[in-house]
Design a protein around this ligand. Sequence first.
Ligand code: SF4
Length: 340
Amino acid sequence: MKKEAKFWKKMDDTKVQCNLCSHNCKINKGKVGICGVRKNENGILYTLIYGSVSSLASDPIEKKPLYHFHPGTYAFSIGTIGCNFKCSHCQNYSISTADTSFPYMKELTPGQVVDLTKQHNCQGVSYTYNEPTIWHEFCLDSAKVVKKAGLYTCYVTNGYISEEPLRELSYYLDAMNIDIKAFNDDFYRKICKSRLEPVLNTCKLAKELGIHIELTYLVIPGYNDSLDEVRKFCKWIVENLDDKTPVHFSRFHPDHDMINVKMTPMETLLKIYEAAKQTGILFPFLGNVFHGKYENTYCPKCGNILIERNSYTIDLEGLNKGKCRKCGYQLPIIINKYIK
Ligand code: SF4
């Protein structure tokens, strides 16, 4: 659905600038920005996708992945079309590269998002599948009513949102899983057609604004899998965020324009897991490996298993009111109030 956009300014009689994300696109009359879903019509910028949903499902919160945020709950997950990144390895390219002619769209109001969340017995809403930033107007409006209904909200995002919209959203956004595509700007420029620094700035600002954050790093053989790069990334987290930030190192499988790159070897992931721990990350995880050991949360003080995970099945027995049952260590976790 078309609606006047937020965060833009007129440059002259025909050209506008969108400031929703760090691309800051200058858009001529009749054209769309890089994301493909914000259009300059007669000198006014419109979002073309307000309330337009391409995908919806009830997902375990662990699938986002968010491991220290309401574990064991389900998030009503919605996404639209388009993306402000152009990643060669995109795993959701059927929607991220789609335009408004995409045939499977459903129009929802913010109130219907709440109704559907309840009908699906979910405890919150996840804006996911494609980049939620480019859907800002609808995410903001729906997050307001979702929060009012006592449910949680979370983003699965590339972190390219500008400062002002993130500040506005932060009142209604509880958590973000932010993708760090690589810890080098070259990768961002060549593979994603974007830049690393704005993403790192978003991580810092989100933390400052009190949003729960977890990071995901998809390990692609030959592209971002050097231990040196991973150590630099982990050091940055420890120095700029918190050593308690959960970090998910995820296994790559061939997709889109990277169909000829091999799946990440387990050996590489194990080395990265150890390197992350040695660099001071207290809660590293391996994703897409389906090996419980590397999905568990361990107590950094006594080594007890605090949360045991087996794919999307979880066991919170190691915790008592958010503390280690053995040594009393307080795990920085947003424990669910939704599960008795
Ligand atoms: S949201 Fe879209 S139009 Fe706006 S700056 Fe980002 S890519 Fe450009």
